[in-house]
Design a protein around this ligand. Structure first.
Ligand SMILES: [Zn+2]
Ligand SMILES: [Zn+2]
Length: 304
């Protein structure tokens, strides 16, 4: 199976703590690196974890609260100073383009590489990126300002050929692409062999859903349903549900309920309020509703 894993670069909410940085995650799919949100300190986390900046080609920004993008101009600048020439693609809310342009202009930085900006919108779900192996869609969350989540979904692979059967029945090489596309095989003696004799189903496509800052919002359930891994913010514990409602954030119980209703395989919680030193009580509350829950913490890697 292709590598598909998530590294936590930052798991704090609005302000950093001595242990935690604001939100940032690095998703590796088939050695292609996608950065998701870029809070202050992201490039330091990347350095600490020995991740080569220039391998990042795509950056996705969920919304324009500072704890999700204040690290971006620093990272863009470092990529420039380190001699990047390959394009960098940034997906995010439209005003981000102007913010970056002003920062680059004021610092008289003329980038050595193309910065390709792709605006997102938070009104409806939309496919924003695809290549041969994976697609990325954005979908609206419920927050104080326009905010999107992102769903990274593998594309279905090809049927896998059983080489021993191909050899045994002397299937001509030029017919193999047809078998991979699902065709049956007619032998010289007129026997029709079903495709299933020659092929194995491809691995099941996997998916990762990133739900950045959001209040409890059941509208996201169809977008994230069945995900192998769901990240959902949990700024507060259950006893602060009033704070969560007021600030358009979620509690541990609300995140776990979304995970349960969306029937995901695993829940990852994060975006913890700086008031929590010990995260075990948050984990306990979420697990009481959705046992397959884990804490996002700096440096942790989760296989998808
Ligand atoms: Zn935030
Ligand atoms: Zn926010």
């Amino acid at each position: 199976m292709l590598p598909f894993n998530l590294t936590i670069l930052g798991s704090s909410s609005a302000t950093p703590t001595s242990e935690r940085n604001p939100t940032s995650q690095l998703l590796n799919h088939a050695e292609k690196l996608f950065l998701i949100d870029c809070g202050e300190g992201t490039q330091v986390s990347l350095r600490r974890m020995h991740i080569h900046f220039q391998r990042i080609k795509y950056i996705f920004i969920s919304h324009l609260h500072g704890d999700h993008f204040f690290g971006l101009i620093g990272l863009i600048s470092s990529m420039h100073l380190l001699g990047r020439t390959k394009p960098l693609y940034i997906f995010g809310p439209e005003p981000l383009k102007e913010i970056l342009d002003i920062q680059l202009k004021a610092s008289q930085t003329s980038l050595l590489y193309p910065l390709e900006f792709r605006p997102t919108q938070a009104e409806k779900p939309e496919m924003i990126f695809e290549d041969q192996l994976i697609s990325v869609s954005s979908f609206p969350l419920l927050h104080r300002i326009p905010t999107t989540g992102f769903l990274f979904k593998e594309k279905p692979g090809e049927l896998k050929i059983k080489k021993d059967v191909i050899d045994l029945l002397k299937v001509p090489v030029h017919l193999i692409p047809k078998l991979k596309a699902g065709a049956d095989f007619m032998a010289i003696d007129g026997t029709l062999h079903p495709n299933s004799l020659f092929t194995q189903p491809p691995p099941r496509p996997r998916s990762y859903a990133f739900c950045s800052d959001t209040a409890y919002y059941e509208n996201i359930i169809p977008e994230i349903a069945g995900a192998d891994l769901l990240y959902h913010e949990t700024t507060f514990m259950n006893n602060r549900v009033a704070n969560a409602i007021e600030k358009f954030h979620s509690t541990t119980g609300q995140a776990a309920t979304i995970a349960q209703k969306a029937n995901v395989k695993k829940l990852l919680i994060g975006h913890y309020s700086a008031r929590y030193d010990d995260l075990q009580p948050l984990l306990g509350e979420a697990k009481a509703i959705f046992p397959e829950t884990e804490l996002a913490e700096e440096g942790m890697v989760f296989e998808i």
